[in-house]
Every structure is written in structure tokens, then in C-alpha cells.
Unconditional design. Structure first.
Length: 175
């Protein structure tokens, strides 16, 4: 592999990248203010492409079909697959209109095992915005997905395809 380190005089940036020539594939750049850019850093932001109905008292993997951004094409089949070892920040929100004293619970799963959980109970019939976050050290090929659970007494529609999307999933490599 050929790598380059050089000064891009037109942008006043110090650039590190792949390829023998400056300007081929930038992996990292530093501008005159000291701001670091990493244009290939793994990141995905996705949300439901419509509502998803889940059964009562059943943990269900959310079907995030609409990608807003997926820098390295690491998201597919409702999960994010880590392309490299590292530390990842994960945020998910699953929303539904729930009856009084019923709840929505959301889980972040790593390789099918629960990592983080958040639950929210309704006070009166209301829209719940169940959010869950986690920071996880993951290996290349580990996968991250989001499950939701509800106890409404019947099937419940998790709200998607709204602007802004009530139900979404984001992952970014932070270290």
C-alpha cells in the first residue's frame, strides 16, 4: 500500500491518506485552526421507513430500513457491523403512543447479547420517546442492533417515517 503525508497548499491542510499522490484518498486532515477531519470514520444514521408493529410482551428487533447516512456501508439487514476494532457511541430512540401505566423498553444488543437498556412508562396516554445510549468497545465484525419491547396488552405501532423521525438508530466510531 502507498500512503502519503503532505501539505495541501490550496486548503492549508496537513493531509494523511492512501495513495502515492496527495489528494487521492484522504483518511485524515488537519486545518490551520487545528480541526481534525476523518471523512472515512465509520458512521450510520437510519430510521424506520414507516411504522413497525410489535407484539405485546415480546422483544423485537427493529427494522431500520431507511438510511440517512452510512459513510462506509456498514449498516445492513437492520444492524451495524463494526468494520474495525474500536470504541463506538450508539444512540437509539423508539417511539410509540402508549396507554396509561404501560411502557416501552429499548435495548442495544451487541452480537445478540444485551448491552444497554432503557424503559419509559406512560403517565396518561401519551407519546413515549424511549431513548437508549451506550459506548462499547467492539471488535471488527461485531454487530449492533436495537430491540424494543412493550406491554400495552396488544400489538403496538412504533412510529417511523415522520419528520423528524421518532424512531431512529445511530452509530459512530469515537476511538
Amino acid at each position: 500500500q502507498d500512503f502519503h503525508i503532505g501539505l495541501d497548499d490550496s486548503a492549508d491542510d496537513l493531509v494523511i491518506g492512501l495513495g502515492a499522490a496527495l489528494g487521492t484518498t484522504t483518511h485524515m486532515s488537519f486545518d490551520e485552526a487545528g480541526i481534525v477531519s476523518m471523512p472515512l470514520q465509520p458512521f450510520a444514521h437510519t430510521h424506520l421507513d414507516g411504522n413497525q408493529t410489535i407484539s405485546d410482551a415480546t422483544s423485537t428487533t427493529m427494522s431500520f430500513a431507511l438510511e440517512i447516512s452510512d459513510i462506509n456501508a456498514d449498516f445492513g439487514s437492520n444492524k451495524f457491523t463494526c468494520p474495525v476494532d474500536g470504541v463506538y457511541l450508539i444512540k437509539a430512540q423508539v417511539s410509540a403512543i402508549v396507554a396509561d401505566q404501560k411502557m416501552v423498553q429499548n435495548m442495544i444488543n451487541i452480537n445478540g447479547t444485551e448491552h444497554s437498556r432503557s424503559a419509559q412508562k406512560a403517565s396518561g396516554t401519551s407519546r413515549l420517546y424511549g431513548q437508549v445510549m451506550g459506548i462499547v468497545k467492539a471488535d471488527a465484525s461485531d454487530y449492533i442492533e436495537v430491540d424494543s419491547y412493550q406491554n400495552s396488552g396488544g400489538s403496538l405501532a412504533m412510529t417511523g417515517n415522520a419528520s423528524p423521525s421518532y424512531t431512529h438508530f445511530m452509530v459512530v466510531k469515537i476511538a
